[in-house]
Design a protein around this ligand. Structure first.
Ligand code: BGC
Length: 421
């Protein structure tokens, strides 16, 4: 720690006095960030951080790896770290960060965290992923949640639909859209998107205690239960409402179908709201946000964290600047208004947020108090990557007909999760 502090002070003095050569000076002031924020709304949100750091005198180097859910990004990150060339920071989800921490690849920014009093303003559930053995090594920029549906209001009005309160009412609404000649459900048929939707289906079918038993505890009887079978039955029902071209479609193209009114609704995390915002659409007027029917009162979360890597001493000043910027309450407000998520800091006011954002903030608070704030299985907040990957595989095989019945899906899921844990 002492050596590190001396090295850092040295780097800071060198750049402050302009001793370092042009190239070195740029490097020590550069924040290199790996992420998968390549859609319109995502890029706009990231700009908030870039601009803030630019004002502080830092330059930004993107390492973008397209692909929602971050699967491809995690492969690139692994290669960079293995080559001894880690980015300053990487967007990361839950258990992936724990793996890098355990491998000793992350930095220790505890002094900054203590100075900022972060432990008091970040929900305890998230601190499991931002700290290792009491040391801070990652920072949360937001809280997303996956149990939402995003509805085109004009289409809803045209078909005379109303806010569905439970799964059966959702099916009735989708039927109305079908009868009205519009694509009922906009979906991107990629494993992570189907699995993310299944998180909500399971929560709606079994409720929060069941969800926790099955996905957090990996309880065998829950995994093999009739409720899990019913969850697969419900997932199968949704398949009847997607268009024939759904396979492989990116999530933001599915959101665009709803924005344009080509489809009634999308089941997606609140990053979808970032796309509505980027298209200048307003909640209540152009679109409606509801919790996935039957899941009101629960929040299935995934947080975007930045894992901070143990970079060389000359790069640490920029890393600390990034950490400080990320945890700045104003940055958290501005970023999340655009991203569609809610601030990770619970002390950020909801003033700047639209109606859906205000609901998101209130929901997180209430769920946190009630014990219904639970990690997303699909998004790596319930289980380590191997287990989450096994979950993606089974859900997608079922959705695409490779696994034919719900009974078979239940057995395959229980076996796959058991084998991967
Ligand atoms: C991330 C979001 C991102 C979404 C789609 C999720 O895993 O948490 O920040 O917008 O993937 O790319």
């Amino acid at each position: 720690m002492k050596i590190r502090a001396i090295l850092m002070a040295g780097a800071m003095t060198a750049s402050a006095l302009g001793f370092a050569s042009g190239a070195q000076a740029t490097d020590s002031k550069e924040v290199q960030m790996l992420h998968w924020w390549t859609s319109g709304g995502e890029a706009a949100a990231l700009n908030v951080l870039k601009q803030y750091l630019a004002k502080e005198g830092y330059t930004w180097k993107d390492v973008p790896v397209a692909g929602g859910g971050g699967e491809a990004a995690m492969t690139t990150l692994k290669a960079m770290v293995a080559a001894g060339n880690p980015p300053t920071a990487s967007q990361i989800l839950g258990y992936f960060a724990l793996d890098y921490a355990e491998a000793g690849k992350l930095a220790d920014i505890t002094p900054l965290a203590e100075k900022g009093g972060w432990a008091k303003v970040i929900p305890t559930a998230l601190q499991k992923f931002t700290t290792t053995n009491g040391k801070w090594d990652a920072i949360p920029i937001n809280i997303h949640s996956v149990n939402w549906i995003w509805v085109n209001k004009a289409v809803m009005d045209k078909i005379g639909g109303k806010d569905p309160q439970n799964f059966d009412e959702l099916i009735a609404l989708l039927d109305k859209a079908k009868a009205g000649g519009v694509i009922p459900l906009a979906l991107g048929g990629q494993p992570w998107q189907e699995a993310t939707m299944f998180d909500s289906v399971v929560m709606s079918t079994g409720g929060p205690d069941f969800y926790k038993k099955a996905f957090i505890d990996l309880d065998e009887s829950a995994l093999n239960s009739d409720t899990m079978k019913k969850s697969f039955d419900n997932l199968a029902k949704l398949k009847a409402y997607v268009d024939p071209n759904f396979a492989g479609r990116d999530w933001n193209l599915a959101t665009a179908m709803v924005i344009k009114g080509d489809a009634l609704l999308q089941v997606m995390g609140d990053w979808a709201k970032g796309e509505f915002k980027a298209a200048n659409k307003e909640p209540g007027k152009d679109y409606l946000c509801y919790r996935f029917p039957g899941t009101d009162g629960t929040v299935i979360y995934n947080t975007d964290m930045f894992a901070l890597f143990d970079v060389s001493a000359d790069r640490k000043q920029a890393q600390l600047a990034l950490a400080e910027a990320t945890m700045n309450p104003e940055v958290q407000s501005a970023f999340n208004v655009i991203k569609g998520s809610v601030p990770a800091r619970i002390d950020v006011p909801d003033t700047a947020f639209d109606a859906c954002g205000k609901k998101g903030i209130a929901d997180v608070k209430a769920a946190n108090e009630k014990g219904t704030f639970v990690g997303s299985m699909a998004q790596n907040y319930a289980q380590p990557p191997a287990v989450a990957g096994a979950y993606h595989d089974v859900v997608t095989k079922f959705f695409h007909g490779e696994i034919k019945t719900s009974d078979e899906a239940v057995k395959e899921l229980a076996a796959a999760l058991e084998g991967a844990k």
